[in-house]
Ligand binder design. Structure first.
Ligand code: ZN
Length: 383
């Protein structure tokens, strides 16, 4: 046990250890960097090290205080998860109890003023069970605007007994006044070699799929640990059909070539020599149905679409696959890219942006993606 078990982000870890060794851990820290790279893990490690009975600039993980810190962290996480399920807004924040080590997370879209009030209620008092209290405020950019001043006041007059660790993806999403009160520790995406090692240890991917797994995890330890390639492929498939259909590459059964373009008003390009099948509308419409079926996971569906579009741009711009995520699709990516052209890809990208913005409203996303396909097909340059 100890800091040596922390994966990736060695610079951030060394910075934190350096503070401990020098005996100068500031009252407020800001852990900034992408999701899933270990910000909360390192915050918990720091909390243990500040309290460990045996070690000074590290932690043993075994002493009573180390174990207590771990328990408190887990309990706080469970409490937040439970509260997120409560529909009634008053009951959601009822009876908040904060331990000496407390993880504070959004329980709606925001970290609510009641949560920050509870921080203030206890931050200036002596800890009960630990030597030093540590409050980890995760997704600090989500602190509700009504609560930001209250938080700022605490950062300006830091309590002697409490260390605050704010965590957020991007420091610039925080108000400058908040940012300037915290010592920043910057986190970066974790190196591919570390991600690969994690995937190997999990042993859930066949060797041949490791490179794809590494790209999909995109520097996130959390993603690497939960990666389900079968599920990913299942969710990606309708996007492949969408692109295939749009590029006129799907198989159109003989004698049943989709709706007549004349009757339906859909664009047909019978004279293009390189597109014998014209956009395969049956395939397009079936795929948009599959893509929009599950409202809850639509955001994740969109992110798979975005990754494919980024790949299309990469294969147009460079012959190497250095930045391509969907490594297993290289030849198909090239075929789609040449059919769609950069203008088509860009139009698709802004179509997805539109879908992303609309997802909170009650709109028919399938119609949107259908319309997008029609628009892109009409814009394609005549061959
Ligand atoms: Zn310990």
């Amino acid at each position: 046990m100890g800091f040596s078990e922390f994966l990736g982000n060695s610079k951030a870890m060394a910075g934190v250890r350096g503070m401990l060794t020098a005996g100068r851990v500031p009252g407020a820290l800001l852990f900034a960097g992408p999701a899933g790279v270990g910000k909360k893990t390192l915050a918990l490690m720091l909390a243990k090290a500040l309290n460990c009975e045996r070690l000074k600039d590290d932690f043993c993980g075994k002493c009573a205080r180390c174990r207590k810190a771990e328990e408190m962290f887990v309990a706080a996480r469970e409490d937040a998860a439970r509260r997120r399920e409560i529909k009634d807004s008053a009951r959601r924040v009822e009876g908040l109890v904060y331990f000496d080590l407390q993880l504070i997370e959004p329980i709606t879209r925001y970290i609510l003023i009641e949560q920050i009030r509870q921080v203030r209620n206890v931050a200036y008092t002596r800890p009960f069970e630990l030597e030093r209290r540590v409050f980890i405020i995760d997704q600090a950019q989500a602190v509700h605007w009504q609560a930001v001043d209250l938080l700022l006041k605490m950062l300006e007059e830091p309590p002697e007994t409490t260390t605050f660790i704010l965590a957020c993806p991007n420091a610039h999403e925080l108000r400058p006044t908040i940012r300037s009160r915290c010592n920043r520790v910057q986190f970066v995406p974790v190196e591919d070699s570390v991600i690969e090692r994690i995937l190997e240890e999990q042993a859930r991917l066949p060797r041949a799929q490791l490179p794809l797994g590494v790209r999909l995890a995109s520097g996130s330890i959390a993603k690497a640990k939960t990666l389900d390639l079968t599920e990913f492929e299942r969710r990606r498939r309708p996007w492949l059909d969408y692109l295939d259909g749009l590029a006129g590459q799907g198989e159109v059964p003989r004698g049943q070539r989709g709706p007549s373009p004349v009757r339906s008003g859909l664009p047909d390009n019978p004279n293009r020599p390189n597109r014998p099948n014209w956009p395969n509308w049956t395939m397009v419409f079936d795929s948009t149905k599959a893509l929009t079926e599950n409202r809850e996971s639509f955001e994740e569906t969109l992110s798979i679409g975005y990754a494919l579009l980024r790949d299309l741009v990469h294969v147009m711009e460079t012959p190497e696959d250095a930045q391509v995520v969907n490594l297993d699709l290289a030849p198909r990516l090239k075929a789609w890219a040449s059919k769609l052209g950069l203008a088509g890809i860009e139009r698709l990208k802004s179509g997805l942006d539109q879908a992303y913005r609309l997802q909170v409203r009650n709109v028919n996303q399938q119609l949107g993606l259908d319309a997008l396909a029609i628009e892109v097909s009409m814009r394609q340059d005549p061959a």
